[in-house]
Design a protein. Structure first.
Length: 340
């Protein structure tokens, strides 16, 4: 477990890093190659049906359109026989904000963009509000106890942190932030049922506070309660539809659950929303591609991780897998595809 917490204005992270045993995933070589195409899909941020029509344009420079098409109800689009190195893909529909994606043809994974249309005038939820409703309502004594508990948790003094959070909650029984961090402490101490209860109470006290949804989702995931974890994280998405964290956590849940296509979609969505996504997402995404026997994409994601985090916690395992993946790709070339 890797724990990093920031007070009030920042994101509470309780990141559980699990090595996936990925070295065994290269056992069944299947041809997977590349061509000069861009293939992607348009969706809407609220998960509803696509409007009609949706137009997808391909630009080589701003306002220089080289191709466009109207997508059907699946939202899928494809552009073939492309010669330039860089493109911009833009999806538009009446009543929705345009969705854009930049494509670098040298970066294989970026050739499969996911574009999300948001309704015009849709409320943009700030990813990490500086203060919650219950922060503002908490008495000064409760806030003081919370601050002391937070500092103790940062110092990994769980006993002291728990004492201060419990005192804060004793003063204000519906102090959502203190309830959430108490849940983190309880989880680290192995009291999982009590941790769940603390997160649930935090949600009950302030349904607009994202952190307890994330923490409860992570806890349920580690308990292999995948359906429950998915459900609570979906509730978190309704609270903060423009925040990358629920998508990232959903990706992990789907990956552990064996839903690799869904995991891929969630990770790509998270990366499309923010550059704050941890670089390890490229390793998890590589694993999702491997499980789908998409070796070229997996190879590219591993390269990306090593480029941006050469000394990262997964660098050693990734380097080893990358060598195996490279050998597999060379021994299993993909025939050229026929444009559709």
């Amino acid at each position: 477990m890797v724990l990093g917490l920031t007070r009030n204005g920042g994101t509470t992270r309780f990141m559980i890093v699990a090595f996936l045993g990925m070295a065994t995933l290269f056992a069944a070589p299947v041809c997977q190659g590349s061509d000069n195409s861009i293939q992607g899909q348009v969706r809407v941020t609220n998960g509803g049906p696509l409007p009609f029509p949706v137009t997808v344009k391909l630009e080589v420079a701003e306002n220089v359109v080289v191709a466009q098409q109207t997508v059907d109800t699946t939202g899928k689009f494809a552009f073939y026989d492309l010669a330039s190195e860089h493109y911009q893909v833009i999806a538009t529909a009446e009543g929705y904000q345009p969705a854009r994606a930049q494509v670098d043809m040298q970066y294989y994974a970026s050739r499969f963009p996911a574009l999300y249309l948001a309704p015009l005038g849709a409320k943009k939820t700030p990813p990490t509000p500086s203060q919650t409703t219950t922060d503002l309502a908490a008495p000064k004594k409760a806030r003081k106890e919370y601050d002391q508990g937070h500092d103790a948790l940062q110092a990994k003094d769980l006993a002291s942190a728990r004492k201060h959070f419990e005192k804060a909650i004793g003063v204000d029984t519906c102090y959502a932030r203190a309830l959430t961090e108490l849940g983190v402490v309880l989880a680290l101490q192995g009291e999982l049922s009590s941790a769940e209860s603390s997160f649930q109470k935090s949600i009950h006290c302030d349904g607009e506070f994202l952190q307890p949804y994330l923490q409860l989702g992570i806890l349920l995931d580690t308990e292999k309660k995948y359906s429950e974890s998915e459900s609570i994280l979906q509730q978190g998405l309704r609270v903060a539809p423009s925040d990358w964290q629920p998508y990232y956590r959903l990706g992990a849940v789907h990956q552990h659950w064996g839903k690799y296509t869904e995991a891929e979609e969630e990770y790509l969505k998270a990366m499309s929303l923010s550059a704050a996504v941890p670089p390890e997402v490229h390793v998890w995404l590589a694993d999702a591609y491997l499980q789908q026997k998409e070796y070229d994409q997996a190879y590219t994601e591993m390269q990306t991780y090593l480029r941006i985090a050469p000394n990262g916690p997964l660098a050693g395992q990734t380097k080893s897998m990358l060598q195996e993946a490279e050998a597999m790709r060379k021994s299993n070339p993909q025939p050229a595809t026929t444009p559709q």
